[in-house]
Design a protein around this ligand. Structure first.
Ligand code: SF4
Ligand code: SF4
Ligand code: SF4
Length: 286
């Protein structure tokens, strides 16, 4: 079979990324949020045995690739995955599969339903065309295990505490648990430094006397992050306790990116060029 660029482009559309070895491809599969069912894993294991070399590669974005699929097997391999309802992964100028931690379904520190948000966003936007590439991450708390600040659009859970002095018995449990030293107890008084506080909610969980209470809980949204050759940390855009705001801001951000990006620009490059204030103004979130 003659290998042409058109062939390669068609294969890339179907998730086959060319390897350094002629006529071999790494078959990227759609997977969002890192939760894979046992059926999915069995189907992938079978395909890796049949078409690859009996192993898979887990990508940096919680995805799965089966390396060493020969050009002659690509059609059969894709058909087999289709029959198991496993679509191709995205590459090129597309919205990539959403990554997420386990959030409040599993993790003790989780403040939001990362997997639910991930699934909803992935259903809405996965593989939609964009000017260059667009990566989305959801992480359950400010520990940011899913590195939302490195993504074009990131969602992080937050819990803001408020100190209720009359309930406090000065046990110091909150002081011990605070990883950023935002709480200090001196001379019988507790000081909560909101400039240091990252709103992780740990002190609220640690307090047995209801003296650290949850003032507000919700979602912090970051925009414009990326890594690669020119890394850029995402800007904190807003905090909200309204889940629907995430989807509204995401839709507006993607549309803004589509309308304003120049050749090769990520959302962060656009924000650097126009300014964060102009971006905020356009998407109408102060
Ligand atoms: S980001 Fe927070 S909720 Fe998510 S896995 Fe890490 S510690 Fe748990
Ligand atoms: S854990 Fe609660 S009771 Fe103990 S010092 Fe902190 S706020 Fe006060
Ligand atoms: S919310 Fe987290 S960072 Fe803030 S004071 Fe409590 S433990 Fe410290």
């Amino acid at each position: 079979m003659v290998k042409t660029n058109t062939n390669k482009d068609l294969l890339k559309e179907k998730g086959f990324l060319s390897q350094r070895q002629d006529d071999f491809f790494s078959m990227r599969l759609h997977a969002a949020g890192g939760n894979l069912t046992s059926d999915y894993l069995r189907a992938v294991a079978d395909a890796a045995d049949r078409y690859g070399k009996g192993y898979v590669h887990v990508t940096s974005r919680q995805g799965i690739e089966i390396p060493f699929v020969h050009l002659d097997d690509t059609e059969a391999a894709r058909n087999e995955m289709d029959s198991k309802d496993i679509g191709p992964g995205a590459s090129g100028k597309k919205i990539r599969a959403v990554v997420a931690c386990q959030g409040d379904r599993v993790c003790k520190r989780g403040l939001i339903d990362c997997q639910g948000i991930c699934e909803e966003i992935d259903n809405l936007y996965f593989a939609e065309p964009v000017p260059y590439k667009f990566k989305i991450a959801v992480t359950g708390c400010p520990a940011s295990c899913l590195k939302v600040q490195e993504n074009d659009f990131g969602i992080m859970g937050f819990s803001e505490s408020v100190f209720v002095e009359e309930n406090c018995v000065m046990c110091r449990a909150c002081e011990k648990v605070c990883g950023v030293s935002a709480i200090t107890i001196e001379n019988g008084s507790l000081y909560l430094d909101m400039h240091k506080c990252v709103s992780c909610g740990s002190c609220i969980r640690a307090c047995r006397k209801d003296a650290m209470q949850n003032q507000e809980q919700g979602y912090t949204i970051f925009v414009g992050g990326k890594v690669g050759k020119r890394p850029r940390m995402g800007d904190m855009l807003l905090r909200t306790s309204d889940r629907s705001v995430i989807f509204d801001v995401l839709e507006k951000s993607i549309n803004y990116y589509r309308e304003n990006a120049q050749e090769g620009e990520r959302l962060g490059d656009v924000i650097d060029r126009v300014g964060l204030d102009a971006f905020r103004e356009t998407i109408k979130y102060p």
